[in-house]
Design a protein around this ligand. Structure first.
Ligand code: SAM
Length: 344
């Protein structure tokens, strides 16, 4: 039997686009995104549409292969393809340029990196053993690996910093930060969020606390916050800087299991006197099992670390066991919510 182009495709045909196929081909899409990100194709489209042949000539690539990869990504919304064979960036594709504010290029390189891919492959065994697949693949916990591998740490820190672009601004706008006093960002990465917070409050000072290798590459040296920050390197399981009026834990607790969270919160509580505030900034899962974007992030946690995304009652329980009272949970226009707590 011959198939004419106009004939409807049987929805049960295994080659028909379907929710199952979307899932099965996920690694194909992410490998394709990685390829164009590594070769910086989006940068080459900054000035307007170009054909695969032109792009390949500029980048020193194989034109036919590039055209095929761009074509599948065009089908999935990163590029458009016109009838003359020219590709252009969509709004989503623009985010993969390296020179745009809030560029997701570093995040694309991180999430498609070998660290994530090897960890993802191990999920089958994680279902059997419960062991974090990154640890099985690499023999050490994720953050231990990063501390010993400068190139991977750089990749991770840059990916995190890229999340702290527009996302940091949205979060900083979502909370009435105090006009004076000191904010301590515990596990604050390179300080993108602290910089956004200090940028909004001209009399506020800040301390960026993270592992020494990470704070060494901090982003705080900008005119808007000059003279109002300091950095400290250390281990948040042992001790965090004392004397803060407000402590921040942004995207920290979801990296750890309950026992480790209690150790981190314990160190914060020892540094923060009664009445001092703590903002835990993490996704808050609905407790009725409703779909939420952080359910995907939760699988990244399952693969890489011993942590997980949590519901509001789960955060409240951890906080109460560490000497904090949960005041309120503020949704934000970004993925995470702000969980405000007070030391009791
Ligand atoms: C998921 S990142 C979040 C970074 C930043 N708060 C943000 O939201 O972009 C977790 C951070 O925890 C830091 N970290 C991990 N273990 C640590 C430790 N034992 N002491 C201090 N910081 C640590 C990492 O270096 C990393 O910057």
């Amino acid at each position: 039997m011959s198939t004419s182009p106009g004939q409807p495709i049987d929805p049960m045909d295994p080659f028909t686009p379907s929710p199952l196929n979307q899932l099965l081909y996920g690694h194909v899409y992410s490998a394709s995104v990685r390829a164009v990100a590594v070769h910086r194709i989006p940068d080459l489209l900054a000035d307007g549409p170009r054909t695969a042949g032109e792009l390949a000539a500029s980048a020193g690539l194989h034109a036919t292969s590039l055209r095929r990869v761009l074509r599948v990504l065009a089908m999935h919304g990163l590029f458009t393809l016109d009838d003359k064979g020219a590709f252009a960036l969509t709004e989503a594709g623009e985010q993969l340029r390296t020179d745009v504010p809030g560029s997701q290029h570093p995040m694309a390189l991180l999430t498609t990196d070998e660290m994530f891919r090897r960890a993802a492959t191990g999920i089958t065994d994680t279902l059997r053993t419960g062991t974090t697949s990154f640890e099985v693949a690499y023999g050490v916990p994720f953050f231990t690996h990063l501390a010993a591998s400068p190139a991977d740490r750089e990749l991770f820190d840059e990916g995190m910093a890229s999340l702290s672009g527009r996302g940091a601004e949205l979060l900083a706008e979502s909370y009435a930060f105090p006009g004076s006093g000191t904010v301590v960002d515990v596990g604050g990465g390179r300080g993108g969020f602290l910089r956004a917070v200090l940028g909004r409050e001209p009399a506020l000072t800040g301390v960026l606390f993270d592992q020494p290798e990470t704070v060494a590459d901090h982003l705080l040296d900008v005119p808007e916050v000059r003279g109002r920050w300091s950095v400290a390197g250390g281990d948040f399981f042992s001790e965090v800087p004392a004397g803060g009026d407000l402590y921040l834990l942004k995207h920290i607790l979801h990296d750890w299991n309950d026992e480790d969270c209690l150790r981190i919160l314990g160190a914060v509580r020892r540094a923060a006197g009664p009445g001092k505030r703590l903002l835990v900034i993490d996704a808050v899962l609905p407790d009725n099992g409703a779909p939420h974007p952080a359910v995907e992030l939760d699988i990244i946690m399952l693969m890489l670390v011993k942590g997980r995304e949590r519901t509001a009652p789960e955060f409240e329980d951890l906080l109460a066991r560490s000497g904090f009272r949960l005041n309120r949970v503020l949704p934000t226009p970004s993925l995470p919510s702000i969980i405000e707590a007070e030391a009791v």
